[in-house]
Unconditional design. Structure first.
Length: 170
């Protein structure tokens, strides 16, 4: 449990995109607000604010989590990854991000960060996920622009690229 200061703020220590951070937040602050407004990680979007749309999805200890439903203080000791943490090196796209660009899997982009984080976790856990499994996994995300077909196509393309890279490194 994080320590409470005299000012009523918690000192929360965790890993964010591979870096150790300590942030201070009131007890009722949501993880979305801590990430966006305190730490400047604005890729995490706030949509419905009650866990339905998926725009705020981040990975907490490798699992997709709705950051709008998690208190910042609950991040104590966790390993949190946001969409900013997907790039393998500065200015370089991950295979999933590159596939989204190649297959036009985003339009307005509002939902994209959450979808990327969710798909990244799925492909890490189930590298050979079927198209149906990918579609099922995406069912918790709302996208009003793409119709999901290009998103699924991009996920399958990224999956193939990741398998190629794994085979080349074996």
């Amino acid at each position: 449990m994080p320590k409470l200061s005299r000012e009523g703020r918690y000192a929360i220590g965790f890993r964010l995109n591979g870096q150790e951070v300590t942030a201070h937040a009131p007890g009722r602050m949501l993880l979305t607000d801590l990430l966006r407004h305190v730490l400047g990680e604005t890729g995490t979007h706030v949509g419905c604010e009650h866990g339905v749309c998926g725009a705020c999805t981040v990975q907490v200890d490798g699992e997709p989590v709705r950051a709008c439903l998690m208190l910042a203080a609950q991040a104590e000791g966790a390993d949190i990854r946001t969409v900013e943490g997907l790039e393998p090196a500065a200015g370089e796209l991950s295979p999933l991000q590159a596939a989204f660009r190649e297959h036009f899997a985003l339009q307005c982009g509002f939902c994209t960060a959450g979808i990327l984080m969710s798909l990244d976790a799925l492909l890490a856990r189930i590298p050979d996920a079927s198209e149906d499994a990918i579609r099922e996994h995406l069912s918790g995300h709302l996208c009003r622009c793409t119709g999901y077909a290009p998103i699924v196509k991009a996920a399958l393309a990224a999956q193939a690229q990741l398998k190629e890279e794994e085979a080349a490194n074996a």
